[in-house]
Design a protein around this ligand. Structure first.
Ligand code: AMP
Length: 282
């Protein structure tokens, strides 16, 4: 596995190799990230990963400084999974000067759900993903980028960005990897105490229960939706969570669904100091 830090070294390594299959990450890799890497390997393109904790997508009170950094273990896992090139820019490699040009996502998609509770988050995500795409794909014939459905809204925002800017990149979605009890794998699970870890599965259970209630509502969904969402929030909060949202949306644009449309339930809630997100297509 080639490990490169600067954009110029990355391009020099990738130039002769062909189409990249690219997995961007913030490191502290778990089986969810590795499943994305396996997907990249299966595509028969050049498996490339990046590790970069992107300051731009964290709010001042969030966990940028304490975000887990596990460099040696990450390198071992990526190499074992078949990663051919690891791009690990230092902050000055990606942001040699303050990043005053930003990618502003469509507010109709980016200002709701995660964007409502983390203002500016998707601007930070789009800006770094655009920059990573520029670093990886310029000088190649185009390629593939693999994103997890765990971050459902992020995947939709990135897809639209790629489409609107006509980037020569195919975005592939990979399903959410879960622990045996159903908790979606996440780097932030490492913040949980033992007791919190036992409780954490309740987020995915609450989403499943909300999904079942939505199905049971049938044609009455538009009238009952808000009450069902509210009930799901109240149940989690009663267990000691602080719920940001529990919501059923249509898959096409994350707006309120009509009965019968393909839907997804999405949730975000804090357990102690740890904020977790999850979703389930129904
Ligand atoms: P992160 O390091 O959290 O920025 O995530 C990097 C990529 O891994 C993103 O595309 C995530 O959606 C994806 N990812 C994170 N957790 C999971 C999971 N449990 N299953 C599948 N993909 C995941």
């Amino acid at each position: 596995m080639h490990i490169v830090h600067s954009i110029s070294d990355l391009r020099a390594v990738l130039g002769p190799l062909g189409r990249p299959a690219f997995v961007p990450t913030m490191g502290n890799l778990h089986d969810g990230h590795i499943a994305l890497m396996h997907r990249a390997v299966q595509l028969g393109e050049v498996p490339v990963a990046s590790i970069f904790v992107n300051r731009l997508q964290f709010l001042p009170h969030e966990d940028f400084d304490s975000y887990p950094r596990t460099w040696d273990a990450d390198c071992e896992r990526l190499a074992a999974a078949g990663c051919q090139v690891l791009f690990a820019p230092r902050e000055h490699d990606l942001y040699p000067e303050p990043q005053t040009f930003k990618v502003q996502p469509d507010p109709q998609l980016a200002d709701l759900l995660e964007g409502e509770f983390r203002p500016g988050f998707f601007t930070g995500v789009c800006t770094v993903v655009m920059k990573l795409f520029s670093a990886v794909f310029a000088g190649t014939p185009g390629g593939t980028a693999i994103f997890g459905q765990k971050d459902y809204q992020q995947l939709m925002v990135v897809r639209r960005m790629v489409q609107q800017f006509a980037l020569p990149i195919e975005v592939v979605a990979a399903p959410t990897e879960r622990a045996a009890d159903g908790l979606a794998l996440s780097s932030r699970n490492g913040y949980l105490s033992e007791l919190e870890r036992l409780e954490a599965v309740q987020l995915s259970r609450a989403l499943r229960a909300l999904g079942e209630a939505v199905r049971a509502a049938g044609d009455a969904l538009p009238a009952e939706r808000e009450a069902l969402e509210q009930a799901a929030r109240v149940r989690l909060d009663a267990r000691g969570w602080q719920t940001d949202y529990m919501s059923v949306r249509r898959r096409s644009d994350l707006l309120a669904p009509q009965a019968g449309e393909p839907m997804v339930v999405l949730g975000a809630a804090r357990l102690g100091a740890t904020r977790l997100i999850d979703n389930l297509e129904i």
